[in-house]
Design a protein around this ligand. Structure first.
Ligand code: 5MM
Length: 336
């Protein structure tokens, strides 16, 4: 077992999942303004450190993805944020892409940037305590898209990112997100997501990535949010499993799904069904941003000093997701 494989398994084994708290300041500002809280660096830290020091971290969270601002912050207890996370038994991680920009010659599509100077930034993040990283490529579905140009260039970029991350002793999370926006059917999502993931692995293999030392972070297979042909959660789980089975090489230790704008309950129930029906050897867990934080953020915004209420809400969500990562979640437990 390689060191990278050990780190990956520590993050995703035994029902543990990943807390994606890597919102850039722009996104975090939207989230905070939506609940009428000023987006200052103190407030961003105050919310996040409440989550990172909650009880639910110990039992449920194997890794936390941070944003550059947060990994450099000091918590109110005097510990650095990576120390706070490590103390709960989770692995600190860091988002290293610098965002999705317009793709030249296909301006309605995006290419994720951040390769310039990445080797040097990775060394700095390793010294700060990070042992895994994240990079998100984003694709949208319409009649023309995603184009081969967007698929190939993002897959190539994800592979170059992964090579640099492994060179620096960290586990890359490879996140190709096919967005749910649109009126496409779930079968179109299945075809397009499979094409994207297959291309990513073609490039990862070309770039000699140790596949046992990565975590794949894909979307689940859903009908577009404006589609008339919605499918059941059971069908979501079966189509998602079909996609993973057909496009992911066996060496990959696990899959940590993104929630992608699903409600907290849908993201939990779908993951639970994926695990109940799991006919692969992959660990199937979560790497949720919104589906772990939404309710906690609302509660926190009512009284930003009330640590207990925020943490209770987060603990419940984390517990439910961890049950789902083991196929043990139920509506009764949800509402207990
Ligand atoms: C946490 O949000 C991340 C978005 O970062 P930006 O601020 O740079 O847009 C995002 O990549 C996130 O990690 C994944 O999409 C998973 O989050 P969701 O909310 O989809 O589970």
């Amino acid at each position: 077992m390689t060191e990278l494989n050990k780190i990956a398994l520590k993050i995703i084994s035994n029902g543990k999942g990943i807390l994606a708290a890597d919102e850039s300041n722009g996104t975090m500002t939207k989230r905070l303004e939506a609940v009428k809280v000023n987006s200052t660096s103190e407030n961003r830290l105050s919310f996040r450190e409440k989550l990172f020091s909650s009880e639910g971290m110990k039992e449920c969270i194997g890794g936390v993805i941070l944003y550059d601002e947060t990994i450099n912050q000091i918590s109110s207890s005097g510990k650095t944020i990576p120390e706070l996370i490590s103390n709960s038994g989770a692995v600190p991680g860091i988002k290293v892409d610098t965002g999705a920009k317009d793709l030249a010659n296909s301006n309605e599509e995006k290419i994720t940037e951040g390769l310039d100077g990445l080797r040097e930034r990775l060394k700095k993040y390793y010294d700060l305590g990070a042992r895994f990283t994240k990079w998100r490529g984003v694709f949208s579905i319409s009649e023309k898209y995603p184009s081969k140009l967007a698929i190939n260039s993002n897959a190539h970029t994800l592979a170059r990112y992964s090579a640099l991350v492994q060179e620096n002793g960290m586990v890359p999370i490879v996140e190709p997100e096919v967005l749910m926006d649109g009126n496409h059917s779930a079968d179109v999502c299945l075809n397009k997501t499979s094409e994207v993931i297959k291309k990513c692995f073609e490039e990862l293999i070309l770039h000699k990535i140790d596949l046992s030392g990565i975590i794949l972070k894909p979307n689940m297979i859903l009908a577009g949010n404006n589609s008339k042909d919605k499918i059941s959660n059971k069908e979501v789980s079966l189509k998602t499993l079909e996609c993973i089975r057909n496009s992911v090489p066996n060496e990959v230790p696990g899959i940590a799904f993104l929630s992608g704008g699903q409600s907290e309950i849908d993201a939990t129930e779908n993951l639970n069904l994926i695990n109940k029906n799991n006919n692969t050897n992959f660990i199937m867990t979560y790497s949720y941003g919104r589906a772990l934080q939404q309710s906690a953020l609302k509660v926190w915004s009512k009284n930003i000093e009330d640590e207990k209420a925020t943490q209770n809400t987060f603990n419940h969500r984390a517990k439910m997701c961890t049950l789902a990562a083991q196929g043990k979640w139920s509506n009764e437990l949800e509402n207990k």
